[in-house]
Design a protein around this ligand. Structure first.
Ligand code: PLP
Length: 398
């Protein structure tokens, strides 16, 4: 068998054989159940969902309709509120473009300092184009929203408030009900970036009201390149810029996979969260026991269950990651900041001193993480931290 004759993988291969994958905030492996749906949509039911004059097109259109229903069911919205995109970034851009197009004049946009770059860069770009004006909402040292700052900003008259459901670096979960109440009372629309939170916290429209909700397949075990904008007000035929003039051929495989991913999250999300929460706590305890002074970042009382973000004083994270390379895959922060010389904007907004920020490690557990993985990773990460500290203290004392 060579790479061209190889058939569908029967198990999840998360990384090179020996490396433990703990970077699930960056992306997730595709769940084999979801892979089977995607492969079927590419090989058997591969028609063009826009070309429904033949059975192949009809079957593909039915797959898209089923996925739309599955995504809608997982959030308790109507299927026509689901607009498929290539991922969260495109969904954010569409939502912003729609909000700008719906406003007569400059759109007044408030956002928290710890939003993902996909939101910050898009809003700031709109400001540079003269389409928007930015208002910043501050956070505290745990990346929790500062409500005094939020209220002060809302009092200035805001059209759109952008707040993530949970932070992609330190895992802090935001009180969306309270935020939505405040935004709507002030007459502002609400954009919720749920990329990291979907299936992991309650987001259904019956519990919460938003105007735009953003999600991405590759954070919930579907392939990269598919996501959705959920909105009752968004009109895909509305033409802003050159968008909306023609409906592209749907990415049927990705869309079908996203539908299944949402269904699995709806059915198994609670049980999965309970399992991952226990594993994360185990990893945290072991790491603290083995690696001496380690502090946990984010809101310890309200953070994503699969997130562990730590500072390991005296152990710069680039040196720790170099020692872990090929053994444990974790990161220093958001995939979008990786390799950047600047400390993450999230840690800066939290007020972390630069010398602490440069020792931070982001660890993300996932569906296929086992207790054995966690125990091995705790030892590997602690060894790396201790080794870096020892080496540097040797250098400093020389
Ligand atoms: N928003 C958040 C909170 C994210 O974590 C990410 C990706 O890391 C994005 C948006 C961008 O998502 P995508 O990769 O689907 O464009």
């Amino acid at each position: 068998m060579n790479e061209f004759t190889q058939t569908m993988p029967s198990r999840v291969v998360t990384d090179r054989k020996s490396a433990i994958y703990l970077d699930h905030h960056a992306t997730t492996p595709v769940d084999p159940r979801i892979l089977a749906i995607a492969v079927n949509a590419m090989t058997s039911e591969f028609g063009n969902a826009n070309g429904i004059e033949n059975v192949h097109g009809e079957t593909a259109a039915a797959l898209v309709a089923r996925a739309r229903q599955q995504v809608a069911d997982s959030l308790a919205v109507e299927p026509d509120e689901v607009h498929f995109t290539s991922g969260s970034t495109e969904a954010i851009q569409l939502a912003l473009a729609h909000a700008v197009a719906s406003k007569d004049g400059v759109l007044r946009v408030a956002m928290s300092r710890v939003e993902h770059r996909a939101v910050i860069d898009t809003v700031c770009h709109a400001e540079r184009l003269g389409l928007a004006k930015v208002f910043w909402v501050e956070v505290d040292q745990h990346a929790r929203l500062d409500f005094a700052s939020l209220n002060a900003v809302l009092d200035q008259g805001i059209d759109l408030l952008c707040v993530m459901a949970a932070n992609n670096e330190v895992g802090t979960v935001y009180p969306l009900e309270q935020i939505a109440d405040g935004a709507h009372a002030a007459g502002a629309a609400l954009l919720v970036d749920a990329t990291q939170a979907i299936g992991r916290i309650e987001l259904s429209a019956t519990a919460l009201s938003w105007d735009y909700l953003i999600l991405s397949g590759h954070k919930i075990y579907a392939p990269k390149g598919v996501g959705a904008l959920i909105s009752h007000s968004f009109d895909p035929t509305l033409q802003f810029g050159l968008q909306g003039a023609h409906q592209p051929t749907p990415n049927v495989a990705g869309i079908a996979a996203l539908g299944m991913a949402c269904r699995i999250m709806k059915e198994e999300g609670n049980a999965e969260s309970a399992r991952l929460g226990a594993l994360r706590d185990r990893l945290q305890q072991k790491l603290i026991a083995l690696a001496g002074p380690v502090t946990v970042n984010g809101d310890e009382n309200n953070r994503l269950v699969h997130n562990l973000h730590v500072a390991a004083p005296g152990a710069p994270n680039d040196l720790v990651l170099a020692r872990l390379r090929g053994r444990v895959s974790i990161s220093t922060g958001s995939a979008c900041n990786a390799g950047a010389q600047e400390p993450s904007h999230v840690l800066q907004a939290m007020g972390l001193a630069p010398d602490v920020a440069e020792t931070c490690l982001r660890i993300g557990l996932g569906r296929f993480t086992s207790e054995e993985d966690v125990d091995r990773a705790a030892i590997e990460i602690a060894d790396a931290i201790n080794d870096v500290r020892k080496t540097l203290s040797g250098v400093n004392n020389a």
